[in-house]
Ligand binder design. Sequence first.
Ligand SMILES: *Cc1c(COP(=O)(O)O)cnc(C)c1O
Length: 408
Amino acid sequence: MKPLGPIPASYAAIGGELAIAGKPVSHWVEQAGRTPLFVYSRDRIAQRFEMLRAAMPDRLKINYAIKANSFDPLLSFVSTLADGLDIASGGELEMVRATGFDLGRVSFAGPGKRDLELEAAIAAGVTLNLESEAEAGRALAIAERLGVTPRLAVRVNPDFELKGSGMKMGGGPKPFGIDAARVPALVRQIVAAGCDFRGLHIFTGSQALSAEAVIDMQAKVLDCAHRIAVDAGVTLPKLNMGGGFGIPYFPGDEPLDIAAVGAALEERFRDLPETLADAELFIELGRYLVGEAGVYLTRIVDRKESYGETYLVTDGGLHHQLAASGNFGTVVRRNYPVAIASRFAAEPAEEANVVGCLCTPLDRLADKAHLPRAEVGDLVAVFCAGAYGASASPSAFLGQGPAAEMLV
Ligand SMILES: *Cc1c(COP(=O)(O)O)cnc(C)c1O
């Protein structure tokens, strides 16, 4: 027996089935007309924003990193709640453009921006978070050719990291950002070149559950930004402090204490140095905002035994749920929160492996899980599916194609 991850709070049963937005899962599957299906809850996303805003200082702005989930209706909804959107490609720029969101509140980070992407972003008034000196040169040249003043910020690769984070994106050699020691010179150069300087971006990692680690990281980010500004001889109009707020996915994970994070930040904001006194201060979050609001539903198409173990074979899998399968940045595979959605109220009665329909041993949704007895036709729910599910899985693999998605 292997434990399952914790099911996010307040999912309940109606008529024995898992309920989402007040309706049993069979209702949503019927509406969609097929499985596999992602169901995202508007209310859960709205509540998440509300909770977060209540915990954080009023001054702090909250951006949404759209790579977590760019499903058009969800993106449109989140863009009514977020202060800004963070994109990481020209493709994501087009997705944001389609929602009608104010492109002046969009910033574009990510290594390897191509000239066409830089051009589209500069022309649209998007802020570029520069990832290298060479990229800065290309951006300035493109802006000059277009005859516009580019909005430029510099992404810093700091000399510290987010402790305990699932994915480290700063501290030491990295393809992201510019080493902190070289940033002041670049800031002076782009300011002298006449850009609209939009400050700094310091993102150190993802999926932290320790408030202490986040508090420590944020304090270091503020100090680092201040030192760079002093060296460069500028005040900062904006500082994107990164994010890293995690959600519980695995057995034993505890939710991040955002009250503690907010209180510490409030304290820091009370006496900011002059370089940051007038700065717009941002955090950028993906999974924390939408992860727990999504459930992936897949139907059992076969039930079989092999050398004493039970396999529940579903019509879904890693092509929609790469992360739950354990193949998206995890070292040791652990179980996500998974349940038999059509028997949500039933007691566990057997040990079973839940697998996907792909012909690869990597396609696992739950190992040796203690579950109610399930039959062909039952629905399996994978929780925490609102982020890095559909947007981060290889849906073309084995010709399977994308899952259905709905915002309810
Ligand atoms: C991926 C990413 C995020 C969002 O990360 P989450 O863990 O989903 O919050 C934010 N900022 C940058 C720069 C990123 O690359």
